[in-house]
Design a binder for this molecule. Sequence first.
Ligand code: ADP
Length: 328
Amino acid sequence: MGLVQYFRKKHLSFVTLVSWFLLFYIIAALVFWFISLETQNQQMYVYRVSELKRDEPTYYNKVMEAEKARRLKSIQYIGEGSIFLLLILVGAGFVYRATKRQIMVSHQQQNFMMAVTHELKTPIAVTRLNLETMLKRKLEDAQREKLLRNTLQEANRLNELCNNILVSAQLEAGAYRLERQELDISALAQAVADDCITRYPQRTIVTTIPSEIYVDGEQLLLQLLVSNLLENALKYSAKDKPVLLGLAIEGKQVKLTVADEGAGIPDTEKKKIFTKFYRIGSESTRSTKGTGLGLYLCKKIATDHKGSIAVKDNTPQGSIFTVTLQSA
Ligand code: ADP
């Protein structure tokens, strides 16, 4: 993997180098042409003046005319040259940004493929091992329950991963028909929290959910949104830290917040985390597993519901994700 990353980095440096070289070449050519045309212009002026007869009464006027023509040509060269230079700079900027983005997306896609392969294989391997152990050995009830719980957790992870991938693909292709209906978001949020409480019995999940808050929305998508945020809060904070899920209504707006006391998200990353496949850090330094799809999907679901999602710092540490939706 080190080698792959090395070449990826080199690829970007190579593209950067070539773009800079081309840009400098074009600008140098432009400057060269400007100097040549100006020299020619000057020579034309000297030639014209030398052709005039000094003793003619209109001599002075003609010199002035030649001077004016020379100045006009200079202005024309400077004007055209500047516009050309500006267009080149703007164009180069666009091309460079587009290429850089393209390379980044392809890195992230490759990271995603590696992450997905891992995410698919781990739950399958763990499930298989647990089931084999239960088949081969006579286990105590407590041990058996522990293994079953563990297997269920892995199956749930697999299920969530599949949901995230499928729904992202469907939403993007426009194949997902949003079937909105008046939905009790209080019950939905509580159900997702209860599910997490059973799946992570060792964690503290605190809910502040007033009953009977309604939004217009699609059940499956909103469930996915809340569970992605809760799962992240659990995943990116220490085991002994609590996670808060809150719901509140402010005027016509429903605000759903998920707060954790983890490491938090640096300001420079706050916007990027909502892009597809984006994960903070590099594949080799990351300790947590994931695909970078969760928050992308959360944002897509929120905006498809005419809502929004934002993240801010929690005190003393951690992050608070807030989803704003319209109340029904
Ligand atoms: P994944 O969790 O699969 O990597 P997400 O799209 O859910 O993908 O999140 C993108 C990135 O944002 C994560 O890789 C992580 O670095 C960061 N992140 C998300 N939620 C939190 C959180 N609650 N605390 C700290 N970092 C977070």
